[in-house]
Design a protein around this ligand. Structure first.
Ligand SMILES: [Zn+2]
Length: 288
């Protein structure tokens, strides 16, 4: 049975307001907005055990009607990987060890390896995608807890369209920094943009704006290097995604959390802009 979320995953305050309720492929999805910091998060939501089961078997089936990799999905992943490499390589000259969490078919890992000559390592809970990535010669674990204890730290951790799926994004990012990332190592994140993407899907436990994404990363002990709203590879005009590059801050300083206001208004305005742009420039607005 789904459980109510008692505390905001970002600021841990208890007070929230109803934000959106809808049906998503046979599931009722309810999102709330934190009255203190403005984070939008799903509640009630699946329990930890239900989430584990969902990702091992059901996720791909619910989202694309197939349990295993399909050509259309692999092509979309190639476009996204190329865009992420461009974003990172403009700021990061060298990568030796790359850990991609939620690595899917492993396309981001191989794209980065071909550029940097790094050693790739992946985590993918979905059985079928993990098997596909392993069949390409990659080292992929089902869970981050399965990484060998003597595994050396990596200098880049990436999570593309993963953070929004996690019950405790701040705690997870902090634990990556403490256990797996080298000092001053890089963190690459991409998530859907609350102010443009539909976003309210059963598997999205948090829906980030640029503001709340930055706060999440800073609370976990990172310094944001750059943060961009864009549509690559799907749209030339709509800022569907947020991509962020950060560095592990090793001075132990955590920035004070800054709240975001007018979240419902910004969401309405963003979706209105999207409708207008799609109407005026349908081809540039959405590249399927
Ligand atoms: Zn909050």
């Amino acid at each position: 049975m789904p459980e109510n979320v008692q505390y905001c995953p970002l600021c841990h305050h208890e007070t929230s307001r109803s934000f959106d309720t809808r049906q998503f492929r046979g599931h009722t999805v309810s999102n709330r907005v934190c009255a203190h910091c403005g984070l939008v998060y799903q509640s009630p939501r699946m329990t930890a055990a239900e989430l584990d089961e969902f990702y091992a078997a059901e996720y791909r089936q619910v989202y694309q009607g197939e349990p295993g990799p399909i050509l259309k999905d692999l092509q979309a992943q190639k476009g996204r990987a190329a865009s992420l490499l461009e974003f990172v390589s403009a700021s990061v000259p060298e990568v030796n060890r790359h850990l991609d969490i939620g690595c899917s078919a492993g396309i981001l890992l191989t794209t980065f390896r071909d550029h940097y000559g790094d050693q790739p390592l992946g985590v993918e809970p979905g059985d079928s995608y993990r098997g596909y990535a392993q069949s390409q010669g990659l080292t992929i674990h089902a869970d981050i807890a399965d990484l060998p204890s003597n595994e050396p730290r990596v200098d880049l951790i990436s999570m593309a369209h993963v953070l929004e799926h996690l019950p405790d994004p701040v705690g997870y990012l902090a634990s990556l920094r403490e256990k797996h990332l080298a000092p001053h190592g890089w963190l690459l994140l991409e998530v859907p943009n609350l102010y443009c993407h539909d976003s309210f899907e059963i598997a999205h436990l948090t829906s980030f704006s640029a503001h709340t994404l930055r706060q999440t990363v800073e609370q976990a002990g990172y310094e944001v290097v750059k943060l961009e709203a864009h549509g690559r590879p799907r749209s030339e005009l709509l800022p569907l995604y947020l991509t962020l590059l950060a560095r592990s801050a090793n001075d132990g300083m955590v920035h004070p959390l800054q709240s975001e206001g007018n979240v419902a208004f910004k969401r309405r305005l963003g979706l209105l802009r999207r409708r207008v742009v799609q109407k005026l420039f349908p081809k540039k607005a959405w590249i399927a």
